[in-house]
Design a protein around this ligand. Structure first.
Ligand code: BEZ
Length: 255
C-alpha cells in the first residue's frame, strides 16, 4: 500500500491506527490458512496479519509498496520474510497457495493490472482472499474534504481522487475477466471509531494526505477544521468520531 513518495509513518500507523489490522483478523478466519500452505500477504503494512497467518503454521511472505512499513515489519517480526513490492507487478510465478490482502487494493490502480499480477503468483487452484474499500467508502468524509477544498477557491479534479472503491458487481466482473471463479462477495458498512476529539483530524493526516497535494499547511489546517465542523452533527458521538467505512470482501479461485 503506498504511493510514489512514501507517505506512510509506520510508527504512527501502529500507535494510532491499529484498528486496520484488528479488523483484518476476521479475514484471516475466512482465509483459513493451512500448515502446509505458502501464503502471500499483499499490502502487509507493519506485519501484524502476516504474523497471525504464520500462527496457523503456514509459510508467509509479506509485501508492501512502502519501504517504511516493510522496515517496521522486519523489526517486529524477524522470523517472517518481508519485501518491498508493488501489487501491480508482484513478479512471483505460481508460488502461492493463497494471496491474502487487507485494506490495500483501494490504493492500487488500474485494478485489472493488480488482478493479473495476483493471478500470476497463485498456483493452479490457489485462492485470492481480499477486503478493501467498496463503493461509498468513507464518502461522507471525502465529499466534505473536497467541498471544503473547493470552498477555499482551490481546484480539485476528479482524477486527483486517489482511491478505487468498486461495487461487488464491478469487482467480481474484473475478477472473472482475470480468470478467477468468484466463490464469495460481500459489501457491508462498518462504521469505524476514530478515538477522541482529534480522531477525524488524525485519520485525515494519516490517510488523506493525497487529497491535499499542493495545498499549504495553513490552508490544510483551515480546511480540516471546516470539515470537522461540517461533519460533527453526523459523524461525532459521545466524544468519538465514526468514519463511514464500507468494505468489500471477495474470495476467488484460480482456474
Ligand atoms: C480504507 O481502509 O478503507 C481506507 C484507508 C485509508 C483511506 C481511505 C480508505
Amino acid at each position: 500500500m503506498k504511493t510514489v513518495n512514501d507517505q506512510w509513518n509506520a510508527n504512527l500507523y501502529d500507535q494510532s491506527h491499529s484498528f486496520v489490522s484488528q479488523y483484518g483478523t476476521d479475514l484471516v478466519q475466512i482465509l483459513a490458512p493451512k500448515e502446509y500452505e505458502t501464503i502471500l500477504d499483499l499490502g502487509c503494512g507493519t506485519g501484524d496479519l502476516a504474523n497471525a497467518i504464520k500462527g496457523f503454521g503456514s509459510r508467509v511472505i509479506g509485501v508492501d509498496k512502502s519501504a517504511n512499513m516493510i522496515e517496521q515489519a522486519k523489526k517486529k517480526y524477524g522470523d517472517i520474510s518481508f519485501e518491498v513490492r508493488d501489487a501491480a507487478a508482484l513478479g512471483f510465478v505460481e508460488e502461492f497457495d493463497a494471496v491474502f490482502s487487507n485494506a490495500t487494493l483501494h490504493w492500487v490502480q488500474p485494478p485489472e493490472k493488480a488482478l493479473r499480477s495476483i493471478y500470476q503468483v497463485l498456483k493452479q487452484g490457489g485462492r485470492f482472499v481480499a477486503e478493501f474499500g467498496g463503493k461509498g467508502n468513507v464518502q461522507a468524509i471525502t465529499d466534505e474534504i473536497i467541498k471544503q477544498i473547493k470552498a477555499e477557491g482551490i481546484e480539485f479534479a476528479d482524477e486527483q481522487f486517489p482511491w478505487f472503491y468498486p461495487s461487488i458487481g464491478e469487482y467480481t466482473c474484473l475478477m472473472e475477466k482475470a480468470g478467477f471463479r468468484v466463490t464469495f462477495a460481500q459489501h457491508y458498512g462498518r462504521p469505524t471509531q476514530l478515538d477522541g476529539e482529534q480522531g477525524l483530524q488524525n485519520w485525515i493526516e494519516m490517510f488523506g494526505s493525497q487529497l491535499f497535494i499542493g495545498i499549504d499547511e495553513a490552508a490544510k489546517k483551515h480546511i480540516i477544521s471546516r470539515v470537522e465542523r461540517g461533519l460533527k452533527e453526523t459523524l461525532f458521538d459521545e466524544g468519538n468520531w465514526y468514519a463511514d467505512y464500507k468494505r468489500i470482501r471477495v474470495v476467488g479461485v484460480k482456474e
